[in-house]
Design a protein around this ligand. Structure first.
Ligand code: SF4
Ligand code: SF4
Length: 407
């Protein structure tokens, strides 16, 4: 018996890729789940061994296998450490595709996730409606809504996609597009607006494509490759029509998906998809305010996909430096959000967040380039200053008096 999915992205039609593994364990060194639960099956190497046995039919679906494979945060740290170049996250995607319907709980999760991510705009409207009921049905007092408000989320405001889609300047030097991503679009649209202002200040016309949908990462992560491919195709249809120099993303996961994973999913991706820190480090915004004079002890938090999938480490620091900020040293490590991981594995997520919060105890402000890390870190640092890098550069470019606090 062979449990490999019959059709896939062509990465692991059999266990051959995993045959290369010599079980050296190098991939375990920075595996965040192994850091939380020191069990071999919760490590990168453990997952490789389990997947090989599963694909070859030596073991079948089980609750424990489900937990081991679906608790991987897909952070990609292991891929950068394997001396033989085994793409462990691709193996996990394949395993999940095969396991996605094993058991009632997983089938239910699949239906809910496909509804939520394929109809994100509708889901958000429902959320807004419920939150806006005020005293009639005070859902805003429920812990879920309270947490959102603590994270600085204003779900009653308009989303970024609701507004204008072309922001022109008088004498453009070029045209770029912004891929907002769901978190910025629905929860932190002010970050998207700030990016548009910065890009206009650099004399770029800016397009915010109408009809943008979720990049597909959460659905691929849950094993729904066909649904993720459908979303990828919808976004690519928009991108193919645009004549722009670059597509700039505010979330490193979206950027790495559009650039790299789309090619595996649908055979087409955007070579010029750039994380905002990549773009700002090559096309420098004009800084009018020295933010180093205002902010002291800033720590920079590296989002997993920025560091492991896009290879960005120097770029965000150079961007901060250009605004007068020299971030204090801080340790690498996942914040614990990882898409649906925070909901499905709350204890491990909390453990990882606590470690991060502790590692930033000397910082007056934490800056990052991922809106999901902003969400997660704000939930752990009560009333704390956690900012997306675009918020800082937005202030530096405009030269206005900064308004800090949990906005
Ligand atoms: S680092 Fe590579 S070869 Fe070593 S155990 Fe991990 S997957 Fe196998
Ligand atoms: S992707 Fe991250 S969580 Fe998953 S096995 Fe690799 S290091 Fe561990």
């Amino acid at each position: 018996m062979n449990n490999a999915p019959e059709e896939g992205r062509g990465i692991l039609r059999s266990a051959h890729d995993l045959d290369l593994c010599v079980r050296c364990g190098s991939c375990k060194a920075q595996c965040p789940t192994y850091g939380e639960d020191v069990t071999e099956g919760m490590s990168a190497r453990g997952r490789v061994i389990l997947l090989k046995k599963y694909i070859e039919g030596e073991i079948g679906p089980s609750e424990i296998l489900d937990e081991r494979i679906f608790s991987c945060m897909l952070c990609g740290a292991c891929n950068t450490l394997c001396p033989l170049g085994i793409n462990i996250t691709d193996a996990v995607y394949e395993g999940r595709k095969s396991l996605r319907k094993s058991g009632k709980r997983r089938r239910f999760l699949g239906v809910a996730a496909r509804l939520a991510f394929k109809r994100a705009s509708t889901g958000f409207k429902v959320l807004k409606f419920l939150d806006g009921l005020g005293e009639l049905l005070p859902v805003h007092k429920l812990p879920y809504f309270r947490t959102l408000h603590e994270m600085g989320v204003n779900i009653t405001g308009p989303s970024l996609r609701d507004g204008t889609s072309l922001f022109k300047v008088a004498r453009p030097r070029g045209r770029v597009a912004v891929f907002a991503g769901c978190t910025v679009n629905f929860l932190y649209p002010h970050i998207g607006s700030s990016l548009i202002t910065i890009l206009n200040s650099m004399n770029f016309d800016v397009v915010v494509p109408k009809g943008e949908v979720c990049c597909g990462a959460p659905l691929l992560g849950l094993g729904f490759e066909e649904d993720a491919a459908e979303l990828a195709e919808r976004n690519m249809k928009l991108f193919r029509k645009m004549s722009v120099e670059a597509i700039i993303g505010l979330c490193p996961t979206c950027v790495y998906f559009i650039r790299d994973e789309y090619r595996k999913l649908i055979g087409d991706g955007v070579k010029r998809a750039m994380d905002v820190t990549m773009f700002f480090s090559s096309e420098k915004p004009e800084i009018k305010k020295d933010m180093g004079q205002i902010l002291s002890s800033v720590a920079y938090h590296d989002p997993c996909h920025a560091i492991y999938s896009l290879g960005l480490q120097a770029e965000p620091r150079a961007v901060l430096k250009s605004a007068g900020i020299s971030p204090i040293d801080s340790e690498k490590g996942c914040c614990g959000l990882a898409g649906t991981f925070r909901i499905l594995y709350p204890d491990m997520s909390k453990g990882l967040l606590e470690k991060k919060v502790e590692s930033y105890k000397d910082a007056g402000m934490i800056v990052t380039s991922c809106p999901n890390c902003v969400l997660q870190l704000r939930s752990g640092i009560k009333g704390g200053n956690v900012k997306h890098i675009v918020e800082i550069i937005g202030e530096a470019v405009q030269g206005e008096k900064p308004k800090y606090g949990s906005s």
